[in-house]
Design a protein around this ligand. Structure first.
Ligand SMILES: *Cc1c(COP(=O)(O)O)cnc(C)c1O
Length: 377
């Protein structure tokens, strides 16, 4: 059996072990310490725009704490992009609130500004103004931020950015993760960089960062004894994992270039196959980290299915993945309101994510190319 080619696997930079070693030497084997502090500084320096970052145990935890700070609770409604991974919607449910799902734009794949406004107007008419909007930069592609921010500002609804897949992406030159009232980052094992598992909440103010850290460390009041006036969580990032993060931040730009080079490879590979479209930026306002390069099959140009293509890859021990199944089609969210047509559903039916790790080798690419060349589209 040929060695497995993964969809997206961890790719160490080399500096990680030094930071872990340092933590061991000083016995800071705990969810706080120099690595946590320095990792946060590295994220803040990278994002610019005077942002603050709190390092947490996951991106999901970060979103949970963002929604708590926006005052979301039982019976509230939160607008959420339907075309995403379930972690974008789950924290809404943790708080007893209801996700209101919105369809995607055809060319951008992220939240449709048109359906966002339709959803807001309809919810307001039903006497329930949504308390927040969660937009996602899926597969690294920046969402249509000008249009979405204009709508959120006009209706005075705070925006939360799910930047779990888009660290290193830019919209009109500004980094994803810096547009919202809050933004979450993820450092799970298959993301653009990893801490083995971890996340961060990006905030606008130092006070929000401090509140995030307070909530993530059991909400302990200032008192000599253990006193609590609020419900707390145990969501802080381990100092060992943060050491991995420090090493990963040193190679982040390189990782973005490598993923973008994978995208170029696929563009070239499919350039004369009309039945396949490689998901790409529509114009230079958008700069994707191309976390996962994805394709869609044109139904009218081929009768082959994405399942068949997946299994052709699997025969050569190559991992691929269907596009995210939209949240409004998930059994767990079946009773939630939805605004849209069937853009996300169509993408889900016709799309596939291809191996996109920053550590793909030339031999890996040769094997991937072999599968495509031999597949009769
Ligand atoms: C990975 C991911 C998350 C969750 O991040 P975790 O660190 O795994 O909790 C949230 N949203 C999207 C779009 C993701 O891809």
């Amino acid at each position: 059996m040929e060695a497995k080619i993964w969809l997206s696997s961890p790719h160490m930079g080399g500096g990680e072990m030094g930071y872990i070693q340092e933590a061991f030497e000083h016995n800071w084997v705990a969810p706080l310490g120099k690595n946590v502090d320095e990792f946060e500084i590295a994220i803040q320096d990278y994002l610019q725009e005077n942002k603050f970052a709190a390092a947490l145990s996951s991106g999901t935890a970060a979103l949970h704490l963002a929604l708590i700070q926006l005052g979301i609770g039982y019976g509230d409604e939160v607008i959420c992009q339907s075309f995403t991974f379930s972690a974008t919607a789950n924290p809404i449910k943790y708080l007893g609130a209801t996700p209101v799902f919105v369809d995607s734009d055809k060319t951008n794949w992220n939240m449709s500004p048109e359906f966002l406004e339709i959803a807001i107007q309809d919810r307001v008419k039903n006497h329930k103004k949504p308390k927040a909007v969660i937009v996602v930069h899926l597969y690294g592609m920046p969402a249509m931020m000008d249009e979405i921010l204009e709508i959120c500002n006009r209706y005075e609804i705070p925006l939360v950015e799910d930047s779990a897949e888009s660290l290193g992406s830019k919209y009109k030159g500004r980094r994803c993760g810096t547009f919202g009232e809050f933004a979450l980052l993820s450092f799970n094992g298959n993301k653009i960089i990893t801490t083995s598992g971890g996340g961060a909440l990006v905030t606008n103010t130092k006070a929000q960062k401090e509140k995030t850290i307070f909530l993530s460390t059991q909400a302990r009041d200032q008192a000599p004894h253990y006193q609590h006036s609020e419900v707390g969580y145990n969501y802080r990032l381990s100092n060992i994992c943060a050491g991995i993060g420090r090493g990963q931040m040193e190679v982040l730009e390189e990782r973005v270039s490598q993923r973008r080079a994978n995208h170029d490879f696929y563009k070239e590979l499919f350039s004369d196959i009309d039945a396949v479209e490689v998901f790409s930026e529509v114009n230079s306002d958008f700069y994707s980290n191309h976390w996962l390069t994805s394709i869609t099959l044109h139904k009218d140009l081929t009768s082959r299915t994405t399942e068949e293509l997946m299994s052709a890859f699997l025969d050569r021990n190559i991992e691929t993945r269907p596009l995210w199944k939209p949240m409004h089609l998930q059994p767990v969210f079946k009773d939630c309101p939805y605004y849209g047509e069937n853009v996300a559903e169509e993408l889900f039916n016709q799309g596939l994510c291809l191996p996109s790790g920053s550590n793909l080798t030339n031999d890996d690419k040769k094997r991937i190319k072999d599968v495509i060349v031999n597949f009769q589209f």
